[in-house]
Ligand binder design. Sequence first.
Ligand SMILES: [Zn+2]
Length: 165
Amino acid sequence: MSDKTIQVSQHLVEWTDEQVSRFWDFESHFPERYFTYFSARRVIRFFRTYLKKAQVILDYGAGTGHLVARLLETIQKSMYDKAKANLVSKTFTAATVEDTKRIVEENGGGFVKTMWCGDEECENAMKERAGVSSRVIPFEQEIIGDVCPVCGRKAEKMVIWGIAY
Ligand SMILES: [Zn+2]
């Protein structure tokens, strides 16, 4: 036997309220050991089917709300994915004012991408003739044409139009 061998004898420990309290106070310094911290994603994945129908979710896990934090992440991601899919499915491309008008009429709204020369007069004409106003000049530009659908001049910007209210 080496000198490092420790003799341990089995003995009963009585957990007093004070000992329990000290134990959890000590454990609270290591949130990474919390069940909900290291397994929240797995728990959520496992209960996904039920979570979709859930109205109220109670976090019975110990700790400072790790499960709730992961749930919110999951919910936000799914809302974001749905919103993005919805946006993509309602975004069209047009080369003329007439097409832009037809697309928003047929879809009861939505968004239409066209090129734009940058002239405010053309923006106003789009509103008058197609019933749409410019919503955004996307940071990530696509080249979907080279002329403005209103004036026919050279256009280098792509604009996303939406119903004008
Ligand atoms: Zn123009």
